[in-house]
Write a protein of this length. Structure first.
Length: 286
C-alpha cells in the first residue's frame, strides 16, 4: 500500500512526478483508494500530516510526506527515508513581531507563549534549551497569534518568507528545514517481494526527478567542429555523433545537458556553426 497526500500543496506535484515515473494512478472522484498501472501497487490518499503514522504502523508500506511532519510525529526512527523529491521546501522557524524586542532565543523567557502547528517539534526544541515555554497549539494561520494576544511568538513554516513579511514578523531562529520525502515501513523493506517492488518505485521516481533537470539537445554541426563541440557538451556517456546523409561535411550530434546550461550553451554552439538545434524535454533517464 502506497500512501499519498490527498490535499495540500505537495499533493499535485507528487502526482505529476509519479505519472512521469510511469506510475499512473487512476483516481475516481473523491475516492480515498486508487489503482496504479501495477496491480500489486494500491494507493491510499490521506493528509500529509497523517502519512508518517500510517507508514510507521505499517498501514501503508510506503508514503510521501514532508520531513517536518515525520519529525513532528516522532517516527523518524521507525521509517526509512528513501528519497527526497527536492520540492515542498519549507523551514520551521521561530518568529516574533518585527517591533518586539525579541531578537534571538536568548530573549525568550520562561513562561512565554509560543503558538504553533508543530507542538512536538517546538516543545523538543525548547526542552533542549532548557526553557519552559507554554505551547499554544493552533491548526493554521498561526501568524495572527501574537497580534490577538494569544501568544508572544510563533513557530511556523516559512518558504518564500512572504507570509511572515506580510504579517510583520521577523525570524529569530530556525528549528528544522524540510522537503517532500518518500518514506517506507522498516518491516515492509524486510519482505523480499515488497522490497523489490519498493526498489522499482524508487528507481522510477529517481529517473523522473533526474530527467526534470535535463534536456536532450540535438543539432547538425560541421564535422571539423566536433571536437570543440564535445568539449562544450560532454553528455552523460559522451555525445552521440551520427552521419547526415544529405551533407558530407555535417554530422548530427545528440547529447543530454543540464537545463540551466542551455542558455549559455546555445550561442556557443551557434558560433561553432551548429544549426537546426533542437532542445527537447526528457521524461525519464535510466
Ligand atoms: N509555504 C510552503 N511552501 C512549501 N512547502 C510547504 C509550505 N507550507 C507547508 N509546506 C509543506 O507542505 C507539506 C504538506 O503540508 P500540509 O499537507 O499540511 O499541506 P498544506 O499545503 O500546508 O495544506 P493545508 O495547510 O491547507 O492543510 C509539509 O511537509 C510542509 O512542510
Ligand atoms: O513563506 P511563505 O511562502 O509565505 O509560506 C509560508 C506559509 O505557508 C504555510 O501556510 P499554509 O498556506 O499551509 O496555510 P496554513 O497556515 O493554514 O497551514 C505556512 O504555515 C505559512 O503560513
Ligand atoms: Mg499548511
Amino acid at each position: 500500500m502506497f500512501a499519498l497526500p490527498n490535499k495540500g500543496r505537495i499533493s499535485e506535484p507528487v502526482m505529476k512526478v509519479l505519472e512521469k515515473a510511469g506510475l499512473k494512478i487512476t483516481v475516481q472522484g473523491r475516492s480515498l483508494f486508487a489503482n496504479t498501472v501495477d496491480e500489486d501497487i494500491k494507493v491510499m490518499f490521506a493528509r500529509a500530516r497523517d502519512i508518517p503514522e500510517f507508514v510507521a504502523d505499517g498501514v501503508a508500506d510506503i508514503g510521501v510526506t514532508g520531513y517536518d511532519l515525520v519529525l513532528e510525529r516522532n517516527v523518524e526512527d521507525k521509517v526509512e527515508f528513501l528519497l527526497d523529491f527536492g520540492f515542498g521546501f519549507a523551514k520551521l522557524v521561530l518568529a516574533a513581531p518585527e517591533d518586539s524586542n525579541i531578537n534571538s532565543v536568548d530573549d525568550i523567557k520562561d513562561g512565554m507563549r509560543v503558538a504553533t502547528e508543530f507542538p512536538n517539534l517546538t516543545r523538543k526544541f525548547f526542552e533542549k534549551l532548557n526553557k519552559k515555554v507554554e505551547i499554544i497549539e493552533l491548526s493554521g494561520a498561526t501568524e495572527i497569534a501574537p497580534f490577538i494576544g494569544v501568544a508572544d511568538i510563533i513557530s511556523d513554516l516559512t518558504s518564500t518568507g512572504t507570509t511572515l513579511k506580510l504579517n510583520r514578523l521577523k525570524v529569530i531562529e530556525e528549528i528544522v528545514s524540510s522537503t517532500t520525502r518518500l518514506i517506507a515501513n522498516k518491516n515492509s523493506l524486510k519482505d523480499k517481494e515488497k522490497r523489490d517492488k519498493i526498489n522499482k518505485i524508487v528507481l522510477a521516481i529517481k529517473s523522473a526527478l533526474f530527467a526534470e533537470t535535463k534536456r536532450l539537445i540535438m543539432m547538425n554541426a560541421p564535422k571539423d567542429k566536433v571536437e570543440e563541440i564535445k568539449k562544450l557538451i560532454p553528455g552523460m556517456s559522451g555525445p552521440t555523433v551520427a552521419k547526415v546523409l544529405s551533407d558530407d561535411n555535417m554530422v548530427a550530434i545528440h547529447a543530454v545537458v543540464n537545463e540551466d546550461e542551455i542558455f549559455n550553451l546555445v550561442p556557443k554552439l551557434n558560433a561553432l556553426g551548429a544549426r537546426d538545434i533542437l532542445i527537447v524535454p526528457i521524461e525519464r533517464i535510466l
